[in-house]
Design a protein around this ligand. Structure first.
Ligand SMILES: Cc1ncc(COP(=O)(O)O)c(C=O)c1O
Length: 427
């Protein structure tokens, strides 16, 4: 079926009540029939639910829906996008291992990789840029994963995913990619070789700025058994869960099975059933929201590009964007409604625009129905040093916009008055 249909129907078979909307199963646990039933469920031999830190029927529908949309084998929801980042990585890496990544990352992801993983004995190797050869050149025998964002936030770079995955696979390493900015409607990373796709559901998928959430989707294609030295824990009995052997007992989706039995079960960053319900609501209208987001963004980018108070505009829909061709290749004709621009007057002028808007909301999120503005250097990326900011593609004057669903004329009016307040250059 098409994405529009999957986003509304995939993964849900009504129960005896024939409820049309996915019910919110607001429960902590499920009653076992008897000891044998309990044993079957707890040994993962009988399908079903027992304790909602590990799985829940409402969350399960959301997991199946994202699996269908991304074309994966199975998925696991978590409480936030940040939890998806950390758990997807910790499912493969431990002390002594290294992660290869790029500098163009969401700020908290960068901080986690640069400053938290090393304290766990995990080395993070940042490529100097997003060139596939530079990334692959950092892989060695202790590399357990390559991590990148399909479309970087806020840098707006588009990774050459097919090249990165093919180089990583040649070296026996899986690729985890964050598809938050693009969503599965614009880009399907598994088709380009990604082994694991993660999302912050908090953004376009939830879509209304109401609900945190994250998702990890296992493509089910990485050949773990061909790399016993690197990924013995996917093949040998699991000491943390009844000695299960992921690759042989769960060949369709061994990675996500381990994520659930070791990661989610022991860290407890589960998604609540109510939040899963809200993300299901968001998914149902994503197909009609995205084109409106994009149409508005194109109008705003054109307006900014022609305004003398604006020194530069970075938007994937503009032919002058260095990633325009890669965007056409990976996103087709569709463009995410995120853009950045610089204001004449530098950092102070950028902050002044941020301070002066009246309709745009000053906050860190993106993908909301409401238009949002951020000054990354002083907010999402404020912990980065100047050199790190430069590598992350964040200049001091950069203003990031997430364009919502309002009438574009109202957004332009707001930007116009904010630019007037921020700079002495006349429009
Ligand atoms: C690309 C990307 N990944 C992950 C995250 C983290 O998601 P959350 O805020 O849901 O924890 C964000 C948040 O902005 C993001 O932009």
């Amino acid at each position: 079926m098409h994405d529009e249909t999957l986003a509304i129907h995939a993964g849900y078979a009504p129960d005896g009540t024939r409820a049309v909307a996915v019910p919110i199963y607001q429960t902590v646990a499920h009653d076992f029939v008897d000891a044998e039933h309990a044993a079957g469920i707890m040994d993962l031999e009988t399908p079903g639910f027992h304790y909602n830190r590990i799985n829940n029927p409402t969350v399960d529908v959301l997991e199946r829906r994202l699996t269908a949309l991304e074309g994966g084998a199975a998925a696991m929801a978590v409480s936030s996008g940040a939890a998806a980042v950390s758990m997807s990585v910790l499912n493969l890496l431990g002390a002594g291992d290294n992660l290869v990544t790029v500098p163009q990352l969401y700020g908290a992801t960068y901080t986690y990789f640069a400053h938290v993983l090393p304290r766990l004995g995990i080395e993070t190797r940042f490529a100097p840029n997003d060139d596939p050869g530079s990334i692959a050149g950092l892989i060695d025998e202790r590399t357990k994963a390559v991590f990148c964002e399909t479309v970087g936030n806020p840098a707006g770079n588009v990774i050459d995913l097919a090249a990165v995955t093919s180089l990583a696979h040649e070296r026996g390493v899986p690729v985890i990619t964050d598809n938050t900015v693009a969503t599965p409607f614009l880009l399907k990373p598994i088709r380009h070789g990604a082994d694991v796709v993660i999302h912050s559901l908090t953004k376009f998928i939830g879509g209304h700025g109401t609900t945190m959430g994250g998702m990890i989707i296992d493509a089910g294609t990485f050949p773990w058994t061909q790399h016993p030295d690197r990924f013995g824990f996917m093949i040998e009995p699991e000491p943390a869960f009844h000695g299960v052997q992921y690759a042989s007992q769960f060949p369709d989706a061994p990675y996500i099975t381990r994520c659930r039995t070791v990661g989610l079960r022991n860290t407890g960053c589960s998604l609540s059933p109510f939040n899963a319900f809200l993300h299901l609501q968001g998914l149902e209208t994503l197909a009609v929201r995205l084109p409106r987001h994009e149409a508005n963004a194109r109008v705003i980018a054109e307006y900014l590009g022609s305004d003398p108070r604006v020194s530069w505009v970075s938007f994937l829909g503009r032919p002058d964007n260095p990633y325009h061709e890669l965007a056409r290749h990976y996103l087709g004709e569709r463009i995410p409604s995120i853009m950045t621009f610089g204001v004449r007057g530098g950092r102070e002028a950028g902050i002044a625009v941020f301070d002066s808007v009246r309709l745009f909301k000053r906050l860190l999120n993106m993908g909301d129905a409401k238009s949002l503005i951020t000054h990354p250097a002083s907010t999402t990326h404020r912990q980065l040093r100047p050199k790190e900011l430069e590598l992350a593609g964040v200049s001091p004057d950069m203003v990031r916009l997430s364009i919502g669903l309002e009438h574009p004329d109202d957004l332009i009016e707001d930007l116009d008055q904010a630019l007037s307040a921020a700079t002495t250059v006349s429009a």
